[in-house]
Design a protein around this ligand. Structure first.
Ligand SMILES: NC(=O)c1ccc[n+]([C@@H]2O[C@H](COP(=O)([O-])OP(=O)(O)OC[C@H]3O[C@@H](n4cnc5c(N)ncnc54)[C@H](OP(=O)(O)O)[C@@H]3O)[C@@H](O)[C@H]2O)c1
Length: 332
């Protein structure tokens, strides 16, 4: 079975009707250079909504009636490419389908180890690498710095906070709900967590970090970014990773009114895409793997079984119903 894109959710929330289920038999012909892959596990990413809208300039355009794309891990069933043989584990852009035919050159080999699909899509995949490169290369945390992370309970944010602790920072996370906040401090080692749905982030950050924010990691944008820009310290580094507050809205949000604090504090604000660091991804993977082996970092995730649940599962990201990385298991 597979799920196809039925509508473009521009300027509004995702709906079940944006996807159409299709049970036609899989594509049989395998062109030269292609592989047939049994999909094992799929990543849920807020960016997938942008892919459906064709607004993410960095991603391949999607088509109405095309299979919904998703980062995934699968096992090669059949190969017409020298790089891979049946049985190999591969990772790359797959889709909401139990079987896909893809170009071998667009796939990378995954080490066959226990929990390989989970790790390859989480800590050792786009979430972990985004956290690692954004923080190490743009945030440049120093021991004693105050690091504030928005969207702290998600796939990327939960790893940013842990790397911040390894770097010797005081880490404050913002997340929705008291339970998620307790989870950040009790299980992931954050120093403090602010429930942005119940507390005033601007006021709480002033109380918790009177010296200001040295590194601000932003996954959310909108009002939350504006509130936190008002609290940055001198020479702060503001890392713009995402802006989920705007992903379901029409139009563009107003610019942050506090942006001029970047001048008053001689600060820096910089966005990035994980692909900017593509040449160094293996370096990041090795570093994260070492920390994992040393038990200095953990992957927190939630695995939902069954491709039939894919649309509802993706929608959970936009309601804050995930803790850590959200994954869909398609097959064992
Ligand atoms: N630059 C890059 O290359 C790159 C790569 C990967 C991801 N990203 C970005 O990084 C961010 C995090 O991605 P992820 O995969 O780790 O997703 P995620 O954080 O696991 O899931 C999204 C989380 O965002 C929060 N959220 C949803 N709507 C919100 C709103 N209106 N206001 C505030 N918080 C809201 C929810 O948590 P709460 O319970 O806290 O509300 C939800 O759990 C996204 O913005 C994504 O686009 C960027």
């Amino acid at each position: 079975m597979r799920w196809k894109i039925a509508a473009r959710p521009i300027g509004r929330e995702l709906r079940i009707g944006d996807f159409e289920r299709d049970s036609a038999p899989p594509e049989l012909a395998l062109r030269e250079g292609a592989i047939r892959v049994q999909v094992l596990m799929l990543s849920c990413d807020p960016a997938q909504k942008g892919w459906m809208e064709n607004v993410a300039g960095y991603a391949a355009p999607t088509e109405i009636g095309g299979v919904m794309p998703a980062g995934g891990v699968g096992r090669v069933l059949e190969s017409r490419a020298a790089e891979f043989a049946p049985g190999d584990l591969v990772q790359g852009t797959l889709g909401w389908s139990d079987e896909m035919v893809v170009e071998a050159s667009a796939m990378r080999r995954v080490r066959d180890e226990p929990d390989a699909p989970r790790l390859a899509l989480g800590l050792l995949g786009s979430s972990g690498l985004t956290a690692y490169f954004g923080l190490a290369r743009i945030g440049v945390p120093q021991p004693g710095d105050t690091l504030v992370v928005t969207g702290a309970g998600g796939g990327v944010g939960s790893i940013v906070g842990q790397i911040g602790k390894i770097a010797g920072c005081r880490v404050i996370g913002l997340a929705g709900g008291a339970d998620k906040c307790r989870w950040l401090t009790d299980e992931l080692g954050f120093d403090h967590a602010i429930d942005y749905k119940a507390e005033n982030p601007k006021q709480r950050v002033r109380e918790l970090a009177p010296g200001g924010i040295d590194v601000l990691w932003d996954n959310v944008g909108g009002q939350m970014l504006d509130d936190l820009l008002a609290r940055i310290a001198r020479k702060a580094r503001v890392v713009i990773c995402g802006g989920i507050a705007r992903y379901q809205q029409g139009g563009r949000p107003p610019g942050p009114a506090s942006y001029f604090n970047i001048v008053f504090k001689s600060a820096r604000m910089e966005g990035f895409l994980l692909s900017d660091f593509a040449d160094d991804h293996d370096i990041g993977r090795d570093r994260l793997r070492t920390w994992l082996a040393e038990k200095r970092i953990v992957q927190r995730d939630e695995v939902v079984d069954g491709l039939e649940n894919a649309p509802q599962t993706l929608m959970r990201l936009f309601r804050g119903e995930n803790r850590g990385k959200l994954l869909i298991r398609v097959a064992d």
